[in-house]
Design a protein. Structure first.
Length: 94
């Protein structure tokens, strides 16, 4: 199944939500599953992005739906990147 990297930056509203309800992160992961994708890995990071998520989705349309649905809440901005394993990438060069 295709893999996508979601780079998320919290808005002021998102920081306030997270501070008052840290378990909201797990709730968002369940929301992602309800939208047809699955979070495989998730890290909190320091710097330009607050979270890095590795997500599995059946197609680009599904991950686009996830990104738009989460972004529409106003608590986060998401950059979505399609990802290939190194083997998949090498195959494309053959």
């Amino acid at each position: 199944m295709p893999i996508y990297i979601l780079l998320s930056s919290l808005s002021t509203q998102g920081v306030q939500t997270l501070k008052s309800n840290p378990d909201r992160l797990r709730e968002v992961n369940r929301d992602v599953e309800e939208l047809g994708a699955r979070v495989l890995h998730q890290w909190a990071t320091l710097g330009e992005f607050d979270f890095v998520n590795v997500v599995e989705a059946p197609d680009t349309a599904t991950v686009a739906r996830v990104s738009v649905a989460l972004g529409a809440r106003g608590s986060t901005r998401i950059a979505t990147l399609p990802a290939l394993t190194i083997d998949e990438f090498i195959e494309t060069l053959s």
